[in-house]
Design a binder for this molecule. Structure first.
Ligand SMILES: Cc1cc2nc3c(=O)[nH]c(=O)nc-3n(C[C@H](O)[C@H](O)[C@H](O)COP(=O)(O)OP(=O)(O)OC[C@H]3O[C@@H](n4cnc5c(N)ncnc54)[C@H](O)[C@@H]3O)c2cc1C
Length: 402
């Protein structure tokens, strides 16, 4: 028999253990520091678990993307769906290729994995944190809850440090560093962006579909479209999550500008405002955007453009309409940072992928050592891409080089 230890009972670790168990020669011990496996998975997709994305393409990944390409093409989103269907999970596809369990419950995903782990060759030890790992001449020794477990091969699947309250920890980086590996700087990604708070705070809870540009001076770092949510410290929502990686890594002097009417040019917005002035001359000036945008947002943009509610629409001059149109198309906020790892969904950065073989995920430094999932320097966009990386890399690591 070959003894395998998998450290981490999250998405990639469970996939690695199940894959390794397909070889009846393997005897697998899965170690999970939390009281149950798949704890972070339960919180994914707002409790619905966006388990993959059928439109996954390499442009959706960051960090060691060349490295990740092999695993992602060897086990694709369609393979993921087939795998889960085999475990009894029914899924449904939603906008943008996002896939969720049909039950709309993340625990369906965790439960089918948990049941599959009830396998004669797999032993699951929960509440059992791997505290230290030693590389021996004939394998590995893992210390855990006062015991010393021995393995011929070791898979590190401890995840990243994002989502602290769902179990994100530094353990994986520490274990792999102690075995000679190195890592890139870590940044929180898929998270809220903090801005000068005066306008966002007043708009807290308001959602808007818009086009958002992240700039450093005159340079455009990133531009995305989608739903934005104002919070008391800045901005959130899917469009902001997608820009947050660039905001986290971009340093000082960043600015976000929002175009709330991205399908209308300046002339079309001006014509709308002129028509509004003509048809409703006695309307308070700060209501002139009512009907075009969320009421609170419209009023806030009037304030931003310097248009007072003490005027009526008929009293607005051409320059004021121009200023209002400009505010709708380019509402700018200074970026002061991003929310920390606690609320981030994923870690940008991680263990250097150059130190692993892309076709097997085996360490180039320590034979018999494998790593998968978020602990490696690979992260994806919002929309199921990170779990797809966890499934694909867990699948490949679980093959143990075969
Ligand atoms: C709130 C939230 C929502 C998310 N939503 C989505 C989504 O909808 N779609 C998507 O694709 N991605 C989503 N993600 C990201 C996704 O969950 C992760 O990228 C993915 O779970 C990473 O898989 P992993 O196996 O590498 O790590 P994890 O799933 O984090 O698993 C690592 C496991 O290792 C255990 N562990 C750590 N150290 C030790 C140790 N020393 N000994 C034993 N066990 C240890 C941890 O307790 C954990 O269970 C979300 C993340 C968060 C935080």
């Amino acid at each position: 028999m070959v003894d395998i230890i998998v450290i981490g009972g999250g998405a990639s670790g469970m996939m690695a253990a199940l894959t390794a168990a397909q070889d009846t020669e393997n005897r697998i011990t899965l170690l999970e520091r939390q009281a149950r496996v798949g704890r972070k998975l339960l919180s994914t997709g707002n409790g619905r678990c966006n388990l993959t994305n059928t439109e996954a393409g390499m442009e959706r990944y960051h960090g060691g993307t060349d490295f990740a390409g092999y695993a992602l093409s060897a086990f694709t989103p369609e393979d993921t769906l087939e795998f889960f269907e085999g475990l009894g999970l029914l899924t449904s596809r939603e906008y943008g290729g996002r896939v969720y369990p049909r039950s709309n419950q993340a625990n369906s995903v965790v439960d089918v994995l948990r049941f599959a782990l009830e396998h004669p060759n797999i032993r699951v030890l929960t509440g059992c944190a791997a505290e230290g790992v030693q590389w021996l001449t004939d394998g590995f020794a893992v210390s855990c809850a006062g015991e010393r477990l021995r393995a011929d091969k070791l898979i590190v699947a401890c995840g990243g440090c994002a989502g602290t309250k769902h179990g994100g920890v530094m353990d994986g980086y520490k274990i792999l560093s102690a075995l000679g590996h190195s890592r890139t700087p870590l940044y929180p990604a898929l998270t809220q962006v903090r801005t000068d708070a005066a306008y966002p705070r007043a708009l807290k809870g308001v959602r808007a579909n818009c086009r958002v540009t992240l700039r450093k001076g005159n340079r455009v770092l990133e531009e995305k479209s989608g739903e934005l949510l104002f919070t008391d410290t800045g901005v959130s929502g899917t469009v902001i999550f997608e820009l947050s990686r660039a905001a986290a890594c971009g340093g000082e002097g960043l600015e976000l500008s929002m175009n709330f009417l991205p399908d209308m040019g300046e002339q079309a917005v001006l014509e709308h405002l002129r028509a509004r002035r003509r048809r409703s001359p006695s309307l308070p000036a700060n209501q002139i955007l009512t009907g075009a945008l969320h009421n609170r947002l419209g009023q806030m943009l009037c304030k931003y453009a310097g248009v007072s509610g003490e005027l009526t629409a008929s009293q607005l001059g051409g320059a004021q309409l121009q200023a209002l149109a400009a505010a709708c198309l380019c509402f700018s906020l200074r970026v002061t940072g991003v929310s920390g790892f606690e609320s981030a969904q994923v870690t940008a950065g991680g263990i250097r992928t150059q130190e692993f073989v892309p076709e097997t995920l085996e360490s180039r430094l320590v034979p018999g050592l494998f790593a998968c999932g978020e602990v490696l320097d690979v992260d994806g966009d919002c929309g199921g891409y990170n779990l797809q990386w966890a499934w694909s890399s867990g699948r490949l690591a679980g093959r143990l080089g075969k």
